[in-house]
Design a protein around this ligand. Structure first.
Ligand code: SAH
Ligand code: SF4
Ligand code: F3S
Length: 446
């Protein structure tokens, strides 16, 4: 450890998905070993790291605009080390150092295990770049646990890094590299440590969790991993993300029948309801496969709440294709979705299709609005089905909007707000639903 006596402060600005949230916690955990203290206020930080996302152009642009403020502070003479981490760092590499003289450090997701050394080098006055992918054999998944886990209700646990799929729109294989499954013994140890800190809800994360373990002789499959996590005393709820519809097998479906602590919510990104578009995206499943899978899941878990992701305006998407996406919403009984306009990403295979078959931006925007309007109506209708019913809510914390109100979720991921004290956090309580809104419901203690 170097200089543990000085309380050097690190501020991490996190963009993007759960992987980045998790990586930021791992960065804090590792820097804490060197005496760094995390701060919520960038203004008094000695080190500012932007953990960036590149999934769509907008995400990338957010990083550039956030960086402006930190660069200005540095130009005004603040003794600040400034770093860019994550997916944009991996994608852009040295170009970021060239473009921004105030930036001291650039490293991709595979730099996280060695972050202490990288920060030390940057603090000694070097400009540091690390975008090499680590050796896949014995990939050094970080074991240090988030120092802030205590007092929380839920935590993420990574089960794999990277992705071996090549969905034609997607930058993730470029930014996160090939898929590596984390040894299940290590995953289970991390879950036990988190449970000992009071965590009750574990969310297993990976880009394609269903392929977990398949390439490692003797390793558990994803379904076996779910069972092993479910058996750990104190794990009240298990969630996971993200599943790929092609790879979800009958063993995972059966887990919904057998494991009561596996939650009644599944996020299963479909991207499009049209086979023609799915083919161009190289998703390797059909609409029919998706619908049959959903039927099997509902047979195993009748109250399963299904959410998904959609991309609209993918090159070559015609009105008929989009109609198929709209009709899938109700046919599959999807209660919530994230939907995005297709955004061309550097080096991805779909760029060839954009040149040939672009969808005009106004058409894509109109489709996005129509899809989101339909989704909001379906979500509200689903939320309304809860009115008058009593649901079990795991209380997560104070409401962000209302004083004296706490919020929590049901197993099916319904967000419930009710009048209550913060002392209820961590308890699972029966709540009667009284009113519903699009994104949440209101209730009262029974
Ligand atoms: N591994 C997950 C997805 C991770 S990215 C899976 O396979 O489902 C999260 C979501 O971002 C995707 O589901 C997709 O809907 C969206 N997305 C990814 N690349 C995109 C792009 N180039 N343009 C628009 N949306 C994109
Ligand atoms: Fe991207 Fe496809 Fe991998 Fe998901 S499965 S991360 S969409 S390449
Ligand atoms: Fe974004 Fe990288 Fe996640 S591109 S969505 S932060 S894997």
């Amino acid at each position: 450890m170097s200089e543990p006596e000085t309380a050097r402060k690190v501020f991490i600005h996190t963009f993007g998905c759960q992987m980045n949230v998790y990586d930021s916690a791992k960065i804090r955990a590792q820097l804490a070993r060197d005496g760094w203290v995390a701060t919520d206020c960038a203004d008094d930080a000695d080190l500012v790291l932007l953990n960036t996302c590149s999934i769509r152009d907008k995400a990338e642009q957010k990083m550039h605009s956030a960086l402006g403020e930190y660069r200005r502070r540095k130009r005004r003479g603040a003794p600040l080390t400034l770093g860019i981490a994550g997916c944009v760092a991996q994608q852009e590499g040295v170009a970021l150092l060239d473009r921004y003289p105030e930036v001291d450090l650039v490293f991709g997701p595979d730099g996280v295990p060695g972050v202490q050394k990288l920060v030390d080098a940057a603090r000694s006055g070097q400009r540091v770049l690390d975008t090499t992918f680590l050796d896949l054999e014995n990939y050094p998944f970080v074991e240090a646990v988030d120092p802030d886990a205590a007092g929380r209700v839920g935590a993420f646990v990574t089960i794999q890094k990277g992705c071996d799929n090549k969905c034609t729109f997607c930058i993730v294989p470029t930014t996160r590299g090939v898929e590596v499954s984390r040894p299940s013994g290590q995953i289970l140890d991390e879950v036990r440590t988190l449970v000992a800190c009071g965590i009750q809800e574990i969310t297993l994360i990976g880009q394609n969790v269903n392929s977990y373990g398949l390439k490692v002789p003797g390793e558990r499959t994803f379904a076996e991993l779910l069972r092993a996590v479910a058996e750990i005393p104190g794990v009240a709820r298990i969630r996971y993300t993200t599943s790929h519809p092609r790879d979800m097998g009958p063993d995972v479906v059966a887990a919904y029948r057998d494991l009561p602590n596996l939650t009644s919510h599944l996020h299963l990104p479909v991207q499009s309801g049209s086979d023609r578009v799915l083919k161009r995206m190289k998703r390797f499943y059909t609409r029919d496969h998706y619908l049959r899978l959903v039927d099997d899941l509902r047979a195993a878990r009748p109250d399963l709440a299904l959410t998904t992701d959609f991309i609209v305006g993918f090159p070559g998407e015609e009105d008929e294709d989009f109609e198929q996406t709209l009709s899938l919403l109700s046919e599959a009984g999807i209660v919530g979705s994230f939907s995005f306009k297709y955004s061309p990403r550097p080096g991805t295979p779909a760029l060839k299709l954009v040149d040939r078959d672009p969808v005009p931006d106004d058409v894509a925007s109109a489709r996005l609005s129509a899809l989101q309007a339909r989704q909001r109506a379906l979500q509200l209708a689903w939320n309304r089905t809860h009115e008058g019913r009593v649901v079990d809510v795991l209380v997560e914390g104070p409401s962000a909007h209302d004083e004296g109100v706490v919020c929590g979720r049901t197993s099916s991921n319904l967000m419930v707000n009710f009048v209550g004290d913060e002392a209820l956090v961590g308890q699972t309580l029966p709540i009667r639903v009284t009113r519903s809104f699009t994104h949440s419901v209101r209730g009262e203690q029974v």
